[in-house]
Design a protein around this ligand. Structure first.
Ligand SMILES: *Cc1c(COP(=O)(O)O)cnc(C)c1O
Length: 414
């Protein structure tokens, strides 16, 4: 029998909106021995992970824990645990991931009300608030930073309006947590989901989330149906049960509580990675981490513009962790990306739907968000574009980025 080759993984510089590079300390943590999921050494790690998560998510919520699976498992857990058949949900969508919220909410049997804005822009909060007053939904589900268009939606006003109108706000903050400010409590977000492989800089495979007691009340009520406590109306209430077992937050929170009620087998190795990743974030400090993301974003943006390329989308609502670059006319965007990967070992992303072939997306997230990576990307992109016969301001991209790194701006921002 012919054996396959031993695992060989090429070295890469990853400048996409995820998955991104991971600090060696996280990889090292993930090579630790397996612990049983009820081993006290492991359960104390679970508790400590919850503590760290509350700090990173800027919340006092009791519940803050990861769901096993990628980010969308967290989104699905939140939506299917909260939404019942026929519930009204308002989804203001400004990119592909608004579409994901819609697709998941639909499968929960919710009555969907969507509003859209042009890709590359975001909503005026007043427009969303007036739609909330129109529709009177149970839930508003929104993306904070949509990586497909590189835009970030201001949420604070919407959050306060939701609270006043007694509507729940559920937010996909997969692309923003640990890369830019996300204030769960201050912005009155009731349920928030993130993912590991973006700015948390941990491999894909867990979806940390948090929710407050407004959401917990719904979970407990639906769980009492599950247990048959609401006996008189049980038959007519059966359709209100949470449809998923794996993603049922009412069961998951029992596993993350001191009761440790058995549910699934925890992904212990992933938890080591998340634990260490969160520790790295808190060691760096949230403010410092956001400044680092802003500095590298600025250097990248200045470099791209100095080279003679242009940026896509409304600059006032740019997502700081993703930079969208217009592909110059007549250039095959995928050919440029392939050459970057094959010749330089650098990966950047294309985009989806109406933007496919029109923009490249360059991520500056987590461990990938560093000076070395930004300078290498600018220099390599220039070289590849010259090979594709694009007219550029040769040499100016890297110089402009260096100016940012060596200037007063750096001192002020770091
Ligand atoms: C990447 C991303 C997701 C999807 O995450 P998966 O981990 O692939 O399930 C969801 N929302 C946003 C905003 C993202 O950027």
């Amino acid at each position: 029998m012919q054996l396959s080759n031993r695992l060989q993984v090429p070295a890469r510089t990853i400048m996409t909106p995820g998955p991104v590079e991971v600090d060696p300390r996280v990889l090292q943590a993930m090579s630790s021995s397996i612990l049983g999921q009820f081993d006290p050494s492991f359960t104390s790690l679970m508790n400590e992970t919850m503590n760290q998560l509350r700090k990173v998510l800027q919340t006092e919520n009791h519940w803050a824990f990861p769901v096993d699976g990628t980010s969308r498992a967290g989104i699905e857990a939140m939506l299917c645990s909260v939404l019942e058949v026929g519930d009204k949900v308002l989804i203001p969508s400004f990119g592909r991931f608004g579409g994901l919220l819609t697709e998941i909410a639909e499968r929960c049997g919710a009555e969907i009300h969507s509003i859209h804005c042009e890709w590359g822009s975001v909503f005026d909060p007043a427009e969303v608030i007036s739609e909330i007053k129109n529709v009177r939904p149970k839930v508003v589900a929104m993306v904070h930073g949509d990586t497909s268009t590189g835009r970030m939606q201001p949420l604070e006003e919407i959050g306060h309006a939701c609270r006043e109108l007694d509507v729940l706000l559920i937010v996909d903050a997969v692309a923003t947590v640990a890369g830019t400010e996300v204030k769960t409590d201050e912005w009155k977000i009731d349920g928030l989901i993130t993912g590991t492989q973006k700015c948390l800089s941990v491999p894909a495979g867990m979806a940390p989330l948090t929710y407050n007691d407004r959401i917990e009340a719904i979970l407990l009520e639906r769980k009492s149906i599950e247990k048959g406590l609401v006996t008189d109306q049980q038959a007519s209430n059966n359709h209100r049960k949470i449809r998923s077992n794996y993603l049922d937050l009412s069961q998951l929170q029992d596993y993350w509580s001191p009761a440790r009620l058995n549910h699934h087998t925890e992904a212990t190795t992933m938890l080591y990675g998340l634990y260490e990743g969160l520790r790295l974030i808190l060691e760096e400090g949230l403010d410092q981490r956001f400044k680092r993301h802003r500095l590298n974003e600025r250097a990248l943006v200045r470099g791209i513009e100095a080279m003679g390329l242009s940026l896509f989308g409304d600059p006032h609502h740019k997502l700081p962790t993703v930079t969208c670059v217009n592909i110059p006319e007549g250039v095959d965007g995928d050919s440029v990306r392939s050459m970057l990967l094959e010749e330089f070992g650098i990966e950047i992303a294309s985009s989806f739907g109406p933007l496919h072939g029109k923009i490249w997306r360059i991520g500056t997230m987590g461990y990938s968000c560093q000076q070395r990576n930004v300078l290498l990307t600018l220099a390599s992109l220039e070289a590849v574009l010259l090979r594709h016969k694009v007219k550029l301001n040769v040499g100016e991209g890297v110089q402009a980025a260096l100016d940012v790194y060596q200037s007063k701006e750096r001192i002020e921002s770091v």
